[in-house]
Design a protein around this ligand. Sequence first.
Ligand SMILES: Nc1ncnc2c1ncn2[C@@H]1O[C@H](COP(=O)(O)OP(=O)(O)O)[C@@H](O)[C@H]1O
Ligand SMILES: [Mg+2]
Length: 99
Amino acid sequence: MALRIKNLNFYYGRRKAVEDVSMDIMPNEVTAIIGPSGCGKSTFLKALNRISELDDNTRVEGSVDFFGQNIYDPQVNLNRLRRQIGMVFQNQSLPDEYL
Ligand SMILES: Nc1ncnc2c1ncn2[C@@H]1O[C@H](COP(=O)(O)OP(=O)(O)O)[C@@H](O)[C@H]1O
Ligand SMILES: [Mg+2]
C-alpha cells in the first residue's frame, strides 16, 4: 500500500468538504477520482500532502498512512512529505519571473 486513508473528514470552518473517506492507493498504479465540481476532489488530494491546512480555519480527522507512516503525526517533516507527494495544479498562478 502506498497510501492507506481511513475515515478522513476535512472541514473549512464548519463546512465539511470531505466526509468519511476510506481508501487504499497502491503503488505503480494510476488512480482516478471522479465527481462533480465542488464535491471535494481537490480538498481530498490536498489533504494527502497537508497543503490543505495552509488555508485558515481548517481541520482534519482520520488518518493517512504513507508507506506505513501517519502523515498527520506531528513529527512529520512537511517539506520532505511534500517532495514525496507532489501535486500539479489545474491553475498555476506563478510570478512572472517563473513564466
Ligand atoms: N479554501 C477554501 N475555503 C473554504 N471552502 C473551500 C475552500 N476550498 C474549497 N472549499 C469548498 O469545499 C468544497 C469542496 O471543494 P473542492 O475540494 O475544490 O471540490 P472539487 O475539487 O471536487 O471541485 C466546496 O464546497 C468548496 O466551495
Ligand atoms: Mg478541484
